[in-house]
Ligand binder design. Structure first.
Ligand code: HEC
Ligand code: HEC
Length: 486
C-alpha cells in the first residue's frame, strides 16, 4: 500500500498552509518570478508558496472552511454505535494514502471533495473544473490512462443518504456502491487495488452517512404543519400533473414518499440522461444539475418551466422555490471547526489503531498512523507561529500547543515504524504512550484555542491574507477564468 514518506507529507503540509496549490518544476530550483513571489502576509515575511507538480496554479480545494458540514450516522440515530469497520472506513475516506501517487502528492482524499461525506462547492481545479464545485473524473491529472480528452466536469454528489440512492454516478451507471467505490480508487485516482476489508469499510462508512433530520418533513414526505401559504401552494404544484403531459409531475420523478427519487435516469433537457437526484437536504448540495450549471432553485425551476412548457406564473415559480427550500432543509447543517472536533477525529483513528495493532494488521496500522500524522500536523498549523501577524496574543500558549503536537507526531512515527517491522508489542507500547500524552496535549490545545485559527476572527484574517497572497501569485489568465469564491 502506498504510504507517504515524511518528505511528501511536508509538501502536503506546505500546501495546506496556503490553502491553494501551486505548480513549479522543482521546489528548490523555482526561480523568483510570478510563481515564487517575494511574498509577505500583511508585512510579515513568509516562505514562498510550497510547490508541487500535481495540481495546476489557481487550484482551490477550499479546505480552509471554518464551518464544516455536520455529519450524522444511521447507526447513531438508531441509538447504537458505529462499528469498528465503519470507523476504519472513515479513516480511509480521509486518507490520500489509499489513492494513487498524484492524489497522495496533492494531499487529496475522498474527503477533499466529499467533505464530511457531503459535497465541496469550492473545489476548483483549472483544466478539470468549469465552475466551482465541479470536477472531471476522466481528466489527466490523477490518472492519465483514464483521460478521455473531453472536459465534462460533474458536481460532487453529497453522500448523505447514499445508502438508499442507487444507482450511482450522475448517469446512474452502477447499481453497486461497492463497484463504484472500487472504480473511484483504482481507475479514477489510479490507486492500488484496495483490500476486501478496506472496500467493505469504505462502503459501510458511506452507507452509514445519514440525511440531516428535517423536522419540516413528515415520514411520508409531506410538509408538516404549519406551512406558509407559499409553501403549501408549492407543494400542490409539485404534485400537479403537467399541462402538456398529464401523466407526469415533479412528483412522478421525485416521489415525496420515496426520498424524492425514482431511482431512474431521465433526459430532462440538460444534455444527457441522468439519475433523479434526491431533494432531501438539497439546500446544501448546490450548484445544481450534473454539471453545476444552476446556482439556485429559482434557476432550476425556470429550467423545468421552460423545457417542459409548464406555463408557470412568477408566483408559481416562487411557490415551488419556497417548497423546495422547505423540503431541502436540514437541522444544523454545519458545525464550526474546533479543537474538540479535531480531537474527536483523532480519537476515532486511535480506536482503529488499537484494533489494528491487536489484530497484527500492519496495513491498517500504517494507514491509521499516516492519517493521524496528517491530522496532527494539520492541527499544529492552526496554532500559528509568532511571525504570523494576523494572529496576536497567546504566544506561549500557541507555542506549547505546537510542541505538544510535535511530540505526538514523533510517537506516531514510532508506532508506524514498529508496525512496518511487525513489532506489534512495541507498537502497542508506543500507542499506550500516545494515549497517555493525549490528556496533557488536550489541555494545551484548549488553552491555546482562543489564539488559534479556531477563533473565527483569526481564521478569517489569516486566510484572507493567504488568499490575497495566492491570487497575486497565480497567472492572471487563470485568475480571470476562475470564479471568485471569496
Ligand atoms: C476530486 C473530487 C473527488 C474525489 C477525491 C472523490 N470523489 Fe466521489 N465523486 C466526485 C464526483 C465529481 C462524482 C460524480 C461522478 C459521476 O457521476 O460519475 C463523485 C461520485 C461519487 C459517488 C456516487 C454518489 C451518487 O450518489 O451517485 C460515490 C459513492 C463517491 N463519489 C465516493 C467517493 C469515494 C469513496 C472517494 C474516495 C475513494 C471519492 N468519492 C473521491 C468527486 C470526487
Ligand atoms: C422526468 C423526470 C423529472 C421531472 C418531471 C422533474 N425532475 Fe427534477 N430532476 C430530474 C433529473 C434527472 C435531474 C438531474 C438533472 C441533471 O443532473 O442534469 C433533476 C434535478 C432537479 C433538481 C436539482 C437537484 C440537484 O441536486 O441537482 C431540482 C431542485 C429538481 N430537479 C426539482 C424539480 C421540480 C421542482 C420539478 C417540477 C417542476 C422537477 N424537478 C421535475 C428529473 C425530473
Amino acid at each position: 500500500m502506498g504510504i507517504k514518506t515524511p518528505g511528501s507529507q511536508s509538501v502536503a503540509l506546505g500546501i495546506k498552509v496556503l490553502g491553494l496549490v501551486l505548480i513549479a518544476s522543482s521546489v528548490a530550483a523555482a526561480p523568483p518570478g510570478p510563481l515564487a513571489p517575494a511574498a509577505s502576509i500583511a508585512g510579515a515575511p513568509v516562505a514562498p508558496p510550497v510547490t508541487t507538480t500535481v495540481l495546476p496554479p489557481g487550484s482551490e480545494l477550499g479546505d480552509e472552511i471554518f464551518d464544516r458540514p455536520r455529519e450524522v450516522f444511521r447507526s447513531e440515530s438508531r441509538g447504537g454505535h458505529r462499528s469498528q469497520l465503519v470507523v476504519l472506513g472513515e479513516v480511509a475516506f480521509n486518507s490520500p494514502a489509499i489513492l494513487g501517487a498524484a492524489a497522495r502528492r496533492a494531499g487529496v482524499s475522498c474527503n477533499t471533495c466529499h467533505i464530511n461525506g457531503t459535497t465541496n462547492p469550492r473545489l476548483y481545479i483549472p483544466g478539470l473544473s468549469t465552475v466551482s464545485g465541479t470536477f472531471d473524473t476522466t481528466g489527466a491529472i490523477f490518472n492519465p490512462h483514464a483521460d478521455d480528452g473531453v472536459l465534462d466536469p460533474l458536481t460532487t454528489p453529497s453522500l448523505r443518504g447514499a445508502h438508499s440512492l442507487a444507482p450511482y454516478g450522475h448517469d446512474g451507471r452502477m447499481l453497486s456502491l461497492r463497484d463504484f467505490v472500487r472504480n473511484v480508487i483504482s481507475n479514477e485516482f489510479a490507486g492500488p487495488e484496495p483490500s476486501q476489508k478496506l472496500l467493505d469499510a469504505l462502503v459501510l462508512y458511506i452507507e452509514d452517512i445519514d440525511f440531516l433530520p428535517n423536522p419540516r418533513l413528515l415520514a411520508d414526505g409531506k410538509l408538516a404543519q404549519p406551512t406558509s401559504e407559499s409553501e403549501a401552494r408549492g407543494e400542490a404544484l409539485f404534485n400537479r400533473p403537467f399541462t402538456h403531459d398529464p401523466s407526469s409531475s415533479c412528483a412522478t420523478c421525485h416521489p415525496p414518499h420515496g426520498l424524492f427519487v425514482d431511482h431512474q435516469q431521465h433526459n430532462v433537457a440538460s444534455g444527457g440522461t441522468f439519475k433523479t437526484p434526491t431533494l432531501i437536504n438539497a439546500n446544501f448540495n448546490g450548484p445544481y444539475f450534473h454539471d453545476g450549471r444552476y446556482v439556485n432553485y429559482a434557476q432550476v425551476v425556470a429550467h423545468f418551466d421552460r423545457e417542459f412548457y409548464l406555463g408557470l406564473t412568477a408566483q408559481d415559480r416562487r411557490d415551488l422555490v419556497a417548497y423546495l427550500q422547505a423540503i431541502g432543509d436540514g437541522e444544523q447543517p454545519t458545525e464550526p471547526d474546533s479543537v474538540e472536533l479535531r480531537l474527536r477525529e483523532i480519537a476515532d483513528i486511535v480506536a482503529v489503531l488499537d484494533s489494528a495493532i491487536a489484530d497484527h494488521d500492519a496495513q491498517v496500522s500504517l494507514l491509521a498512523t499516516n492519517t493521524v500524522d496528517r491530522e496532527l500536523r494539520d492541527l499544529a498549523e492552526c496554532f500559528p507561529e509568532p511571525r504570523n501577524v494576523n494572529v496576536s496574543g497567546g504566544l506561549e500558549a500557541r507555542a506549547r500547543a505546537r510542541v505538544m503536537l510535535k511530540s505526538l507526531v514523533l510517537v506516531v512515527r514510532q508506532i508506524s515504524v514498529a508496525s512496518e517491522h511487525m513489532k506489534f508489542d512495541e507498537a502497542a507500547m508506543q500507542l499506550a504512550a500516545f494515549k497517555n500524552s493525549l490528556a496533557p496535549a488536550t489541555e494545551a490545545l484548549n488553552a491555546g484555542e482562543p489564539w488559534s485559527l479556531f477563533n473565527r476572527g483569526n481564521h478569517d484574517a489569516h486566510f484572507a491574507a493567504v488568499r490575497a497572497l495566492n491570487r497575486a501569485s497565480i497567472d492572471p489568465r487563470v485568475r480571470a477564468r476562475r470564479p471568485d469564491n471569496d
